[in-house]
Design a protein around this ligand. Structure first.
Ligand code: ATP
Ligand code: MG
Ligand code: MG
Length: 587
């Protein structure tokens, strides 16, 4: 495979493969119910990564980084990446999100098939095993049921530099702990009345090791297990077990979890001692999460934007969700290219939104068909057209390559006539310095068409531009002999009034008006850019009238556009601007 830039994760994996770190792993000796979770053959020569979202919202660009990383490493090292739902929290999870997440992963170009069989993992399938692990810890004197109030627990946890205090319930007998844990499980205790905690060290400098909670009581229905359970494992307890049961080798997560790693190892070491799982166990590695300027990358904040109707749903093209970016015109290849370019590091920072846009331009430039569109149209009238052509209604056919670097893709054609649409900004009564477009007395080429000479303009009583007037310069049609004899500095785009098609064009600006809006809790809403969508009525060349939804184009001069997946229909074209031709974010 083409050499990929190395990074610390690749180095770790290469070292593990070389040293055969995981060569000794095998299922023999694992308890039967653990083995039952091993879907597919266990090949110790392979690495296993996982992508474990919680189904509590749609995925965003940060998740795309994690997907490309985990599935990408598995692909590059001939390993396997598990698609797993971390569905241990019964309350916030919905089937809609499960479906949306699977769609996003598939669309990005990854699959959870192994040898033609689909392997979807969900953490809730391991609730029985997790509960057994909890009883084991109690039996081994490594966990206890704490019945302090939430406030007492918080107060006794201590602080940085201030050790915590042992709970009065910490010294209960194993039998009493077991009985109370079963009371919790059997629904005899109310929500919040007790938690199961690991018995580690209330004075540890790492607060995560001060007897972390393992199970809590929640009388809530779960989308997979229904009302079978009224206690649910905490993420920090569940996650290492999920990884171990699935034989994950490299468990890659974001930096916030660095302080949890000692507990991850503590738990798996204890469970291995008890014979519940095999060694060597999975290792956790942390990388910096993606922060992208002018958007927020937190499902909770994105959900708030949707719920409070600041945007039109999760797939609003302004959203940094995968569905939103897709609708905006992004391609899976552009997202993968972006993930590769930003790489992985150990230091948190912000990536400029322009890096994402450049990845899209680089992907679309060689692919996207070209087209002309006029976004802010005004009429250009060729006053000598009838006289030269033998009638005002006569049309001349012009053509242009579908792609300038690939003649094999053929040509598109459109008509030139007495009236054309041009951009309002392509005319000035008095030209600013360096302005080469239309102004009285100046000549420009109408791209793929003829050279015209501007003769003036018509304005209404308020001074608003109604029409620009020009005369055609004969024998200057692009592609005909001698067309270049007349030299002009300006070259402008246009659409014929006779066959141009009106289209709704949606021009998106930054979602937020400050580069780092996501740092406050609620105040990020104050930073919404009020002008983040402008809807224009444009004219587009006739070849676009029949474009299929989701087709991407380069509108010459204007950038890359996509036929909207939801709103575009033949006869009612709607295009979204995915990105301009040049970086306009670092203004
Ligand atoms: P959020 O806070 O947005 O809900 P999360 O981390 O809680 O994010 P999960 O559903 O748990 O969301 O995420 C699944 C995986 O995606 C995790 O392994 C997580 O590390 C990774 N991930 C989430 N956000 C980012 C990000 N901004 N950059 C890189 N990876 C991310
Ligand atoms: Mg999470
Ligand atoms: Mg979260």
């Amino acid at each position: 495979s083409a050499a990929k830039p190395s990074n610390f994760l690749r180095q770790i994996i290469e070292r593990d493969l070389e040293q055969g770190t995981y060569a000794q792993r095998h299922w023999a000796g694992q308890p039967a119910d653990a083995q039952a979770h091993a879907q597919g053959p266990l090949d110790p020569a392979r690495i296993r990564t996982r992508f474990p979202p919680e189904p509590n919202g749609y995925l965003h660009i940060g998740h795309a980084k994690s997907i490309c990383l985990n599935f990408g490493l598995a692909r590059d090292y001939n390993g396997v990446c598990h698609m797993r739902f971390d569905d241990t929290n019964p309350e916030k999870e919905e089937q809609e999100y499960v479906d949306g997440i699977l769609d996003a992963v598939k669309w990005l170009g990854f699959s959870w098939d192994t040898n033609g069989t689909s392997h979807l993992y969900q953490a809730s399938d391991y609730f029985d095993f997790m509960y057994r692990a909890a009883e084991y810890l109690v039996e081994a004197g490594l966990a206890y049921v704490d019945e302090q109030s939430a406030e007492e627990m918080r107060a006794n946890r201590g602080d940085f530099g201030r050790p915590g205090k042992d709970s009065p319930f910490r010294s209960r007998s194993i039998d009493e702990n077991l009985r109370r844990l079963r009371d919790m499980r059997d629904g005899r205790l109310a929500d919040g009345a007790a938690v199961l905690r690991a018995k580690i060290d209330m004075a540890s400098p790492n607060i995560n090791l001060r007897d972390p909670a393992l199970y809590r009581i929640k009388h809530a229905e779960h989308h997979n297990t229904g009302d079978r359970w009224c206690i649910y494992p905490m993420y920090t307890f569940a996650h290492p077990i999920e990884d171990a049961l699935e034989n994950i080798t490299h468990s890659i997560c974001t930096l916030e979890f660095e302080d949890q790693r000692p507990f991850y190892d503590w738990l798996l070491d204890r469970l291995a001692e008890g014979g519940l799982i095999n060694k060597p166990h999975p290792r956790q590695y942390e990388f910096a999460r993606l922060n992208l300027t002018y958007v927020v990358t937190s499902k909770r904040k994105l959900k708030q934007l949707v719920d409070e109707k600041h945007v039109d749903g999760w797939d609003d093209p302004r959203m940094p969700t995968i569905v939103g970016l897709r609708r905006r015109g992004y391609t899976p290849e552009a997202m993968q290219l972006f993930a590769e370019r930003i790489g992985v590091s150990k230091a948190n920072g912000w990536v400029d939104f322009s890096v994402l846009e450049q990845a899209l331009r680089d992907d679309l430039d060689p692919k996207a068909a070209r087209a002309m569109a006029v976004l802010d149209p005004v009429k250009l009238v060729i006053t000598n057209w009838g006289a030269l052509m033998g009638g005002d209604d006569v049309l001349d056919t012009c053509s242009a390559p579908v792609h300038p670097h690939d003649e094999a893709r053929g040509r598109r054609s459109f008509s030139f006539g007495r009236v054309l649409w041009i951009e309002r900004s392509d005319y000035e009564d008095v030209p600013p310095k360096g302005y080469n477009r239309l102004f009285p007395g100046n000549r420009v080429r109408l791209k793929y068409g003829h050279v015209v000479e501007c003769t003036g303009a018509v304005r209404d009583a308020e001074g608003r531009l109604l029409e620009v007037h020009a005369t055609l310069v004969p024998d200057t049609k692009s592609g005909t002999p001698g067309a270049d004899a007349v030299k002009v500095k300006g070259n402008i785009t246009w659409v014929g009034a006779a066959d141009g098609v009106p289209a709704e064009v949606r021009l998106y600006d930054r979602l937020f008006s400050v580069p780092q809006p996501g740092t406050g809790e609620r105040d990020f809403l104050d930073k919404l850019n009020p002008a983040n969508l402008q809807v224009a009525t444009a004219y587009v060349e006739p070849s676009l009238a029949q474009a299929a939804p989701d087709t991407r184009f380069q509108f010459e001069r204007h950038g890359y556009f996509v036929a909207d997946r939801q709103l575009h229909a033949p006869g009612r074209p709607v295009f979204n601007r995915a990105t301009g031709m040049k970086d306009s974010w670092a203004k």
